[in-house]
Design a protein around this ligand. Structure first.
Ligand code: LLP
Length: 447
């Protein structure tokens, strides 16, 4: 039995703060148990736009952009578009004064479609395809981050005019995060190693190409990091390489790009990154190292993706079935799953799930929230407290789904990807519409 969704008037969202934790700043829970984000009742969003649905709090995104800019005065904050990108997001980021990191012709085309300033674009990628490179050169992106030796001659042969480049190096720093998200050590696919002289060799090859203008170094040591030690060590090592480049080539590099990877809380009680303190430690490390090496202090770039958008997003699901197993386990199956959130399967990620429209404090039991897809591993959250009388038709909301959800969504079982609904000041609007069966069939052109 599927209950008809109850519509709560926009004008009276309950006022109780939910506390920051993994939630958007504007998330509210109250006496009626209704949860709202951006002043819009989640029940109303589900009723109007259906489920599953990604909901994104515009104000929260903007506030996070401002917090990052404030933490790095004089620095550059480049939003990593891979976390979540659509035209509105690109516009918000531009309006807030951030640069944008893109890593494919597709991401670049979104940025180009809203006229994102080319000089504020940074192209990444360990295997940039001819199409990626062509799109970047055509749009005249400000900087291309060289990731391999072969890319140097390839790029030099193609650039129509002098092109600013950075060199991505691996500083040999283990960020002690999930293995799939560790990118600062030598034994992985990104960048050029500093350890065996390969980075110095790459610099020689770049400076030998008159059409390539080496303006800085880049590294990205991993993701979901909340302590500054790894970034600090990387900053020190890259600054050392900058001094070596000055000594060998007489070139002073002006840019030090330390990548992203700044972590967020996915659940209440998860470690929180203290952004001002983190930024102070990085800036101080660079200042100290430069003073010791008599090097002018480069401009620091950071590339947060998750930290800008993860907590601004929540996902709404409708409960489809509830199974009480003989051993006491409760499986709550919803109308989404690994196609809209592959992170639990990929990284063992844990999520915070709440029921929408129940008074806080109603008796709860641990339950496993499962998806609709045809495999046993399609689990969204394990052992999360949900009301004992949870039933089909109930609405669930998962916190912290703004980053790497829509961008990693897939069509397993021919399920269309959910829409992205922006909320702000009591209004909701569609940023990305739901993918329909017709959309899915459109690419199927054989007979
Ligand atoms: N810059 C570069 C060059 C990157 O490769 C990345 C992420 C970032 C910045 C942004 O990292 P962030 O601040 O978002 O951690 N799919 C994974 C995350 C993969 C991140 C890959 N590169 C996840 O869902 O956790």
């Amino acid at each position: 039995v599927t209950q008809a969704p109850v519509v709560t008037p926009i004008s009276s969202p309950p006022a109780g703060e939910m506390g920051r934790g993994p939630w958007p700043r504007t998330a509210r829970a109250g006496g009626t148990g209704v949860v709202s984000v951006g002043g819009v009742a989640l029940r109303q969003i589900a009723a109007e736009y259906g489920t599953p649905a990604y909901v994104l709090d515009e104000q929260d995104v903007r506030q996070e952009c401002r917090a990052y800019l404030a933490a790095f005065p004089g620095g550059e904050v480049a939003y990593a578009g891979k976390a979540f990108l659509c035209r509105s997001m690109a516009r918000w980021v531009d309006e807030e004064g951030l640069s944008l990191d893109v890593c494919s012709a597709g991401e670049l085309s979104v940025a180009a479609s809203v006229g994102f300033p080319p000089e504020k674009l940074i192209l990444h990628g360990n295997a940039k395809t001819p199409d990626d490179m062509h799109a970047a050169l055509e749009y005249r992106v400000g900087r291309i981050v060289i990731d391999s030796l072969s890319e140097i001659s390839r790029l030099a042969a193609q650039v129509p005019q002098r092109q600013r480049v950075l060199l991505r190096v691996t500083p040999g720093v283990d960020a002690h995060t999930h293995a799939a998200l560790t990118t600062g050590i030598d034994n992985q696919k990104f960048g050029i190693s500093m350890a065996d002289g390969a980075a110095a060799d790459a610099v020689r090859r770049i400076v030998a190409q008159p059409c390539l203008d080496l303006v800085g170094l880049h590294c990205h040591i991993g993701s979901q990091i909340t302590v500054p030690d790894g970034h600090e060590l990387a900053a020190r090592r890259l600054t050392g390489l900058m001094a070596a480049i000055r000594d060998e080539h007489g070139i002073t590099l002006g840019q030090l790009n330390l990548g992203g990877g700044l972590g967020v809380a996915y659940a209440d009680g998860d470690p929180e990154l203290d952004l001002p303190a983190f930024a102070r430690r990085l800036r101080a490390a660079v200042d100290r190292e430069c003073a010791a090496l008599r090097l002018p202090v480069p401009r620091i770039t950071v590339e947060p993706g998750r930290a800008i958008v993860a907590r601004a997003g929540v996902t709404l699901y409708r409960v489809i079935s509830v199974k009480h197993r003989p051993d006491g386990h409760v499986f709550v199956a919803v109308d989404g799953g690994m196609s809209d959130n592959p992170r639990p399967s990929l990284y063992g990620a844990s999520y915070t799930v709440r029921v929408v429209g129940r008074p806080a404090g109603s008796a709860s039991q641990p339950a496993t929230v499962a998806g609709r897809h045809c495999e046993a591993g399609d689990i969204l959250a394990r052992d999360v407290p949900l009301p004992v009388d949870i039933r089909p038709g109930d609405l669930l909301v998962t916190a912290c789904t703004g980053a790497y959800h829509h961008s990693m969504a897939a069509n397993y079982n021919m399920v269309g990807r959910p829409p992205v609904i922006a909320v702000r000041d009591g209004h909701a609007r569609v940023l990305v519409r739901r993918e329909t069966d017709a959309d899915l069939r459109r690419r199927d052109v054989g007979m």
